[in-house]
Write a new protein. Structure first.
Length: 323
């Protein structure tokens, strides 16, 4: 993850009053009338800028009228021996600044002409942001130039978090499933979305066929699935397959004994699995050598035995015992 910050607002621009006009040539001290004219000149210059910016007009164009008045006042001052030098040229209207001057971006401005390049709001009393040599109010700067949050699409005004090749508000970078903000453990990614470790494993990690918990490290593959090594045991007796071989029935692993029990292929005589030749009698299976008379233990042959009480007898023993 990377953490950065957006641009900080530039320091507020300075606003300085018009310097007191100084005579260019020696002259008597200015009279009270001259001082009043100088104040009027500054006020009139300020009014000119305001009206020009607002686009107000009468029968006679306001701008021309005010320019004529300023020219007349300037001549009156010159007749009194006072020359009022302009404080600068406004970068917006390109006219001399006769009143208060504002300095910003290396230029001078009428205070009312230093405005946001996007919304036109005056910027003379608050912070502003600079981009490409133009000034912007805080809101418009962030809307136009700040990185956008991949979650809420809003501008990121302070700390910016970079992850998954996108930018985020730090508080909006959380698990796509549970909404938990990531801590020191970080996150895992799937299809461009971040997940906490717990949800990622629960949703995307392969599941053990035995316990259905996520398989993270040691595992084995069998029966078209993966298993924790400790979970791959006989389904019936839970004994591991030490020999490495097992028997499969309905997708589950079994040891040899319990596989044959489930299949009904256990010798009724010895209780061991019947894997080769067998004898089937009375619905039960026997190793051929274990299909014997219960009394004399002589081997029986199909068709020559008798059954009594779930036990097999040869004909002579049956007759001796039960007839």
């Amino acid at each position: 993850l990377g953490v950065d910050t957006t641009a900080s607002p530039l320091s507020a621009m300075s606003s300085t009053p018009v310097p007191v006009p100084k005579p260019l040539l020696p002259s008597p001290p200015p009279t009270e009338a001259a001082w009043q004219l100088d104040e009027l000149l500054a006020d009139l210059g300020h009014t000119q800028s305001k009206l020009a910016a607002a686009g107000q007009g009468a029968r006679v164009p306001t701008e021309s009228l005010l320019d004529n008045m300023l020219d007349s006042l300037t001549r009156d001052l010159q007749e009194l021996g006072i020359t009022a030098a302009p404080a600068g040229v406004c970068a917006a209207c390109r006219k001399p600044i006769a009143g208060k001057v504002l300095t910003a971006l290396g230029k001078t401005w009428h205070p009312e002409h230093f405005t946001c390049a996007r919304c036109g709001r005056e910027l003379d009393k608050g912070p502003f942001f600079e981009q490409g040599g133009r000034a912007f109010c805080e809101e418009d700067y962030h809307q136009a130039f700040s990185p956008r949050c991949a979650y809420c699409a809003g501008p990121i005004r302070e700390k910016v978090l970079t992850a998954l090749e996108q930018t985020w508000h730090p508080e909006h970078f959380f698990c796509a499933h549970c909404g938990k903000v990531f801590g020191d453990e970080g996150f895992l990614e799937r299809n461009g979305k971040p997940y906490c470790h717990q949800d990622f494993l629960a949703m995307f990690a392969p599941k053990c066929q035995g316990c259905e918990r996520p398989v993270l490290d040691n595992y084995l593959s069998a029966l078209k699935g993966v298993w924790h090594t400790e979970c791959f045991v006989c389904t019936e007796c839970l004994t591991g397959f030490t020999g490495g071989s097992f028997f499969e029935l309905e997708g589950r692993p079994y040891c040899e004994l319990h596989f044959h029990q489930r299949q009904g292929t256990i010798c009724h005589g010895c209780g061991r699995p019947v894997t080769g030749r067998c004898v089937t009698a009375a619905g039960r299976r026997y190793h051929p050598e274990h299909f014997v008379c219960t009394y004399c233990l002589g081997r029986l042959h199909k068709g020559t035995f008798r059954e009594c009480g779930d036990k097999m007898y040869c004909q002579p023993c049956y007759d001796k015992l039960f007839v």
